[in-house]
Design a protein around this ligand. Structure first.
Ligand SMILES: NC(=O)c1ccc[n+]([C@@H]2O[C@H](COP(=O)([O-])OP(=O)(O)OC[C@H]3O[C@@H](n4cnc5c(N)ncnc54)[C@H](OP(=O)(O)O)[C@@H]3O)[C@@H](O)[C@H]2O)c1
Length: 240
C-alpha cells in the first residue's frame, strides 16, 4: 500500500496536470481522471517517464455510475485516500437570451454535481486517512467567477459560487474530523481552457499552472490545526 494516495479529476491537462505532478513529487500515488482516454494516457506517460507513480482512469464525471466506478477503482488500487482534488470543469460563455439548457446542465453536472458526488463516494476513505493523521485534504478548483459573478459567464459563475458554498459547508461538516477543504479561486490561468481569450489577454499575462499547484504543496505542509478555506489568485492589474 502507498504511504499517501490522491485522486485528481481533470488531470490530463492544465491545472489538474500541474497539481498531479506536485502531489506525486510529494510522495502520493495518484489516480488521474479525465474524459478522453488518449489525451489522459499521454499525460500519464509524461509523468511516469519522470519516475512518478501515477495511473490513468478515463471516465465521464457527469455520470453518477462513473463516479462510483472511479472511487471503487481508486480504493482497489491504492487502498487509501489522503487527498481529493475536484478540478474538472467546463465553461461556456453566453448572453442571457442565448443560454442553452444542455450547456447549463453540462456545467452544473461537471462543475458542481460531480464534486458533490465524489465527496460522498470518497468520504469513508478520507475519514480513515483523517483518523490516521488528521490532515485529509480536499481541494476544489472553483474560480474568481465563484467570488464575483461575471457577465456572459453567468452560468459558469453560478456553478463556481455553488462550489465555494459547498466547500464552506464541507468544512462546517467535516473539518473537526480532520477532513479539510479548500476552494481555489483563480483569475485567468494559462491552460487550454483560456485559449479562446488569448487574442486579448496573452498567455504571458496569465497566472501559471505552477502558481496554482504550488498552493497545493503549501496546503500539504500545514499542521493539522491550520485550515485555509479559500485562496484567491489575481493577476497583477486585475481589479482587487
Ligand atoms: N484556466 C483558467 O483560467 C481557470 C480559471 C479559474 C478556474 N479554472 C478551473 O480550473 C479547472 C481546470 O481547468 P483548466 O483551465 O486546467 O482546463 P483544461 O486544461 O481544459 O482541463 C480540463 C480537464 O477537465 C477534464 N474534463 C472535462 N470534461 C470532463 C468530463 N465530463 N469528465 C471528466 N473529465 C472532464 C478534461 O479532460 P478532457 O480534455 O479529456 O475533456 C481536462 O482534463 C476547471 O474547473 C476550471 O473551471 C480555470
Amino acid at each position: 500500500m502507498a504511504e499517501r494516495a490522491a485522486l485528481v479529476t481533470g488531470a490530463s491537462s492544465g491545472i489538474g496536470l500541474a497539481i498531479t505532478e506536485v502531489l506525486a513529487q510529494e510522495g502520493h500515488e495518484v489516480t488521474m481522471v479525465a474524459r478522453r482516454a488518449e489525451k489522459l494516457q499521454r499525460a500519464v506517460a509524461s509523468l511516469a517517464e519522470a519516475g512518478l507513480e501515477v495511473h490513468g482512469l478515463a471516465a465521464d464525471l457527469r455520470e453518477e455510475q462513473e463516479i462510483r466506478r472511479i472511487a471503487a477503482a481508486h480504493q482497489q488500487r491504492c487502498g487509501r485516500l489522503d487527498v481529493l482534488i475536484n478540478n474538472a470543469g467546463v465553461g461556456f460563455g453566453a448572453a442571457l437570451e442565448e443560454i442553452d439548457a444542455k450547456r447549463v446542465d453540462m456545467q452544473l453536472q461537471l462543475n458542481l454535481r460531480s464534486a458533490i458526488l465524489l465527496y460522498r463516494e470518497c468520504v469513508p476513505l478520507l475519514r480513515q486517512a483523517a483518523a490516521q493523521h488528521r490532515s485529509a485534504l480536499v481541494v476544489n478548483t472553483a474560480s474568481i467567477s465563484g467570488k464575483r459573478g461575471q457577465a456572459w459567464l453567468s452560468v459558469y459563475s453560478a456553478t463556481k459560487h455553488g462550489l465555494v458554498g459547498w466547500t464552506e459547508a464541507m468544512n462546517r461538516e467535516l473539518a473537526m474530523e480532520g477532513i479539510k477543504s479548500t476552494a481555489l479561486c483563480p483569475a485567468f490561468v494559462d491552460t487550454p481552457m483560456t485559449d479562446f481569450v488569448k487574442e486579448h489577454v496573452s498567455a504571458e499575462e496569465m497566472i501559471t499552472t505552477a502558481d496554482i499547484a504550488e498552493s497545493v504543496r503549501l496546503l500539504l505542509r500545514l499542521s493539522p490545526r491550520c485550515l485555509i478555506p479559500e485562496i484567491m489568485f489575481m493577476r497583477i492589474g486585475d481589479e482587487l
